[in-house]
Design a protein around this ligand. Structure first.
Ligand code: F6P
Length: 533
């Protein structure tokens, strides 16, 4: 598959991206949604390639699949579920039916309950046994952690509620470091788990309950639960009035729009949370209505397909020049790699092409002083995805924000243009070098350039813009998955490790011999036992 695209890629491999620019290219290879601009002109995609890529959308019937998703068909075929996180932000949209039943009344009722509880926590009408809630600890992992944790940092300028902390790792260091900074009498613990069975989350929840029980008489009274297994929450002792449920058609990594976003809502308030939802809804409407040539999530996906499956670049770097998006790469690692890291297509047959790429990144400018060396001069091409806001929130420091913007633009320019040997020689000549030494030094200063990047630019990281960004990436994953014929909504690949961890536990605990394990695992168990695990 993708043969014609691969042939095209080969045919244009030697040309330089910068040479593609004429008066129209920047505009023609950019797309806007509201005030948000996605510029993919610094890639080797030309008009013919774009048409060929769009042909992939048509061949894979992505428009039909998109409608199937928005209208509640069970597109998650291996679990027999609809995929309807879009309903969670369908604030003023129409009915959304699953199995003939409109889900919107329940979605909106839960949102209202979340808002009532969040307001009660923020105003103090819901209090801890020692007074007004000062700290909220969200205990969850994966999709029950990454979204709200990313959001709480992204929207820090809007944070006017109690302090929010996020505990995810079963490593006791994580919970210990958080709890020791909190007062149990004024802390609200939110146990966030779609299944309410995830081993790490339940272990941390029990630890938090015991910690709180040392100080207050009724620890469970300061617990809330977010789950689609509401029956299990009462076994943990959490009163149903503080349990916020959601349906199984909300995938864990798509769940921050509903109850899993409660900690974020408590931090920023119901109005700002609704603005975040409105941003997501605006992106949904755009994705559903815009022509493919103007469709931002589709184009983002097609650029990804071109770089990964066609050109064979195995990773992509997500580089937010927006420090408060520091957790976006981690969030996208789950969103993209758990969704599209699959070995078989929908029909169970091995994929005849690469699955989704490795996603990684760090905010700029920090990354520039760390791994950009390899991005600029390493032997592998790493497509880069920059994000940048026109404005920050920091009054009086606008000059620093402008430095940030200049750095972002400089990086994509440097990646594209590079610096050739003649220029490098000139630089060395100016330093007074000659002969072999000049040649040697100059070659270290050559940047091949011609490295692709995209830039997503927006006015300011407001709740609404943040919602648009998250929904943009969600739909990108959908489009890439649809073209690859993957079920983006299951995650069987995480199961084996969980099963083996359960089986290994008695060996690590010293209750069972590890002799039957492979030599390496048995040796490691033995070593760690001897070292006092
Ligand atoms: O193990 C992977 C996973 O199932 C993710 O898909 C999910 O986001 C995470 O674990 C947490 O699951 P839960 O919300 O059920 O605790």
């Amino acid at each position: 598959m993708f043969e014609a695209l691969k042939a095209k890629a080969e045919a244009v491999a030697s040309r330089r991206i910068e040479d593609l620019f004429d008066d129209n290219r920047a505009e023609a290879f950019s797309v806007s949604v509201g005030d948000m601009l996605f510029d993919y002109s610094k890639t080797n995609i030309d008009a013919e390639t774009l048409d060929m890529l769009i042909g992939q959308l048509e061949a894979a019937k992505v428009a039909e699949r998109r409608e199937a998703m928005f209208t509640g068909e069970a597109i998650n075929v291996t679990e027999g579920r609809a995929v309807l996180h879009t309903a969670l932000r369908n604030l003023d949209g129409g009915a959304v039916e699953v199995d003939g039943q409109d889900v919107m009344p329940e979605v909106l009722e839960t949102l209202q309950r979340m808002e009532d509880f969040s307001e009660a926590v923020r105003t103090g009408s819901f209090a801890g046994q020692g007074g007004k809630i000062t700290d909220v600890v969200n205990i969850g992992i994966g999709g029950s952690d990454l979204g709200p944790a990313m959001g709480a940092l992204a929207l820090r300028p809007y944070h006017d509620g109690p302090r929010c902390h996020f505990v995810s790792n079963v490593d006791p260091a994580d919970i210990q470091d958080v709890l020791q900074a909190c007062d149990p009498a004024t802390t609200l613990v939110i146990v966030a788990s779609k299944t309410f069975t995830t081993a790490e989350t339940m272990a941390n929840a029990r630890t938090a309950k015991a910690w709180m029980g040392e100080t207050v008489s009724d620890p469970a009274a300061q617990f809330a639960a977010l789950s689609s297994a509401v029956d299990k929450t009462s076994d943990f002792g959490i009163d149903p009035s503080r349990v916020f449920g959601f349906a199984d058609w909300v995938g864990g990594r798509y769940s921050m729009w509903g109850p899993i976003g409660l900690s974020l809502m408590i931090a920023i308030g119901g109005d700002a949370f609704r603005a975040f939802l409105r941003g997501g809804q605006a992106m949904d409407r755009h994705f559903r209505q815009a022509e493919w040539h103007e469709n931002m999530p589709a184009l983002l996906a097609l650029v990804g397909l071109w770089h990964n499956q066609v050109l064979g670049h195995a990773t992509r770097a997500v580089l937010p020049y927006d420090n408060r998006l520091a957790r976006l790469p981690a969030y996208l690692q789950q969103l993209e790699m758990e969704s599209n890291g699959k070995r078989v297509s929908m029909d169970g047959k091995p994929l005849p092409y690469d699955s989704g790429p490795v996603v990684w990144g760090e905010p700029g400018t920090n990354g520039q002083h760390a791994f950009y060396q390899l991005i600029h001069q390493g032997t592998r091409v790493i497509p880069c995805e920059f994000l940048v806001a026109a404005q920050g929130h920091e009054e009086g420091l606008e000059h620093q924000h402008r430095m940030l913007v200049a750095n972002c633009l400089a990086q994509s320019e440097a990646l594209m243009k590079g610096r050739d040997m003649d220029v490098a020689r000139g630089l060395m000549e100016k330093k007074g070098l000659t002969g072999d030494e000049l040649e040697r030094q100059a070659s270290h200063r050559v940047f091949e350039g011609n490295r692709p990047s995209t830039t997503l630019a927006y006015p300011k990281l407001t709740p609404e813009v943040f919602g648009m960004i998250v929904a943009l990436y969600e739909h990108r994953v959908f489009v890439e998955g649809a073209i690859l014929g993957i079920n983006s909504y299951d995650q069987w690949g995480v199961e084996l490790g969980k099963e083996l961890a359960t089986a290994l536990q008695p060996m690590v605990d010293g209750e069972q011999s590890a002799a039957g394990k492979d030599g390496s695992t048995a040796q490691l168990v033995d070593f760690l036992r001897k070292q006092g695990v």
